[in-house]
Ligand binder design. Structure first.
Ligand SMILES: [Fe+2]
Length: 254
């Protein structure tokens, strides 16, 4: 036995969907309670669903009754503040695990490469059930910022950069694809991130939203890209020396 994985993610590990068409009141994510949480970059998280309905972001395997990243418990006080976000997270009717809004401060391309990681989505996921993937729904309008995906974290040739205007929606096998966000500007970026179980419900929703499995990246100046890549590599090497191991090899718990 193994997990059910959606064929549409097989080729590239991601799928970009039609943008969400309706405006959402920014008050929904601005009024939420945020917690500091270790993640890639300068971030805070506002959980909407957690292991036991508390305002915290732990992996469900850390709870009193350790379990897989499914059947998240909606947090009453947060749901009251962000009903539209909750409705969006449930839109596919797939099983929802962790669900949260991330707030990311502006950074550089080198920062994004330094922060690139794999997620820990499938710990304790029983054989035969659906592989847990992540849905990213962009809330703020950041058309010049990018989700940076790589098949191989050390190989720029495997990179895809997906622009993040308001409403952008993508589903990523984020335990397979290295990912991070390069966010430019002066204001933080907000995005709704939801763990979803692969299965017929999620597939139907994806196909209702005109999925694109291969996006051409906007061009980047070659010298700039190489310089930023080098800077990130040097910082990662220093980090490895500091810790005595490479934290990049450990899946993110965020
Ligand atoms: Fe991640």
């Amino acid at each position: 036995m193994s997990h059910y994985r959606m064929p549409i993610l097989e080729e590239t590990g991601y799928v970009v969907l039609n943008p969400y068409p309706d405006p959402i009141d920014p008050g929904e994510w601005q009024s939420l309670a945020y917690v500091d949480w270790k993640s890639s970059g300068d971030t805070r998280f506002a959980p909407l669903a957690s292991a036991e309905g508390e305002i915290e972001c732990n992996g469900f395997w850390h709870g009193r009754l350790p379990r897989s990243d499914k059947n998240g418990v909606w947090i009453t006080s947060q749901v009251a503040k962000a009903p539209t976000l909750v409705q969006r997270a449930q839109q596919s009717e797939a099983n929802v695990g962790r669900c949260r809004v991330i707030e990311l401060q502006p950074n550089s391309y080198a920062d994004a490469l330094y922060n690139s990681h794999l997620d820990d989505n499938n710990r304790l996921n029983p054989d035969g059930e659906g592989w847990v993937v992540r849905c990213f729904m962009q809330l703020t309008d950041n058309p010049d910022s990018y989700m940076v995906l790589r098949r191989d974290v050390d190989d720029p040739a495997t990179e895809t950069r997906i622009a993040l205007p308001v409403g952008a929606q993508l589903v990523v096998d984020s335990e397979r694809m290295w990912h991070s966000v390069w966010h430019v500007g002066n204001e933080p970026r907000h995005c709704l991130i939801t763990s979803l179980e692969s299965g017929p419900e999620l597939e139907k929703w994806i196909f209702r939203n005109d999925p694109i499995t291969c996006v051409a990246s906007d061009p980047m100046d070659v010298a700039y890209g190489a310089e930023q890549q080098d800077r990130a590599r040097q910082r990662r090497t220093a980090r490895t020396a500091h810790y005595g191991y490479d934290p990049t090899n450990i899946r993110s718990e965020a």
